[in-house]
Design a protein around this ligand. Sequence first.
Ligand code: SF4
Length: 317
Amino acid sequence: MTTTEAGSEASVPAARPTGVPSPGEAAGEDAVRVVGSLSPSRAGDFMTCPLLYRFRVIDKLPERPSAAAARGTLVHAVLERLYDLPTGGRTPEAALELLVPQWERLLEEEPELAELFAGEDGEAEHARWLEQARRMVERYFTLEDPRRLEPAERELFVETVLDSGLKLRGYIDRVDVAPSGDVRIVDYKTGTAPRADFEARALFQMKFYALVLWRLQGRVPRLLQLMYLGNGEVLRYEPDEADLRATQRKVEALWEAIRRAMDTGEWRPRTSRLCDWCDHRDLCPQFGGTPPPLPVKPVDRPSPADLESAARERDDL
Ligand code: SF4
């Protein structure tokens, strides 16, 4: 069952520290040979367009920085750091004060982000962009009161290996644990809530994380919570074991499709609205382009486990 609502506070009580295993712990890598790895972002790429997956994972083609993605990273960084402050100090004013220092830190780590605002109108664009980030941070406070929460984990890297040898991994924005032991997985989105017919897609990422935590902890997370800071809505879902088993089947079927594409070299383009934002249109046959030759012959290609970067893959728009 999903519920979507605006401006209401979550029902799970304040969290306490949890026993979420550290990366690698309980991943089962000793017992099972890892044959590949998948994150929700890359699984989403393949579902969107297999050719896009190829460009990103196999060819590793560079992509231009995007203002929307950078804003998402900034807002996530502010919300993560907010919980470093003492409970009573987690006010909207304190959060907004974090915006500029966090932006400066991101610029230091990724100097190419400066290109986003290098044009003639760059200063004004940057001011508008920062204002949008500011509104998202303010909107966060209409959804919950961080003074009443103590997250068990933030930006938690998790991974597990399925019996098939497929490694699942990803970063969870926040994990809350209630005194009863109930676990809530929280993800911040800087876009707007999807229409009802696209909710399943939005929830796939959350069920993926829930599946990983279930395997690591032996307990099905009680609640999955997506917080849309673009329009102030919250999407909640209570998963059960059947849901998570179905998610596992879906992930393994996806992996089989990826393996087939690797074996055959057939990465089919699938057009959608997202093509308007695709960085690789010039190389896409659907738009008159020609993909580059595959990097190496199929028999010599490295394992997909090596191909997929462990870097933080943000999927938060
Ligand atoms: S332009 Fe569209 S169809 Fe082509 S690779 Fe990008 S997402 Fe796929």
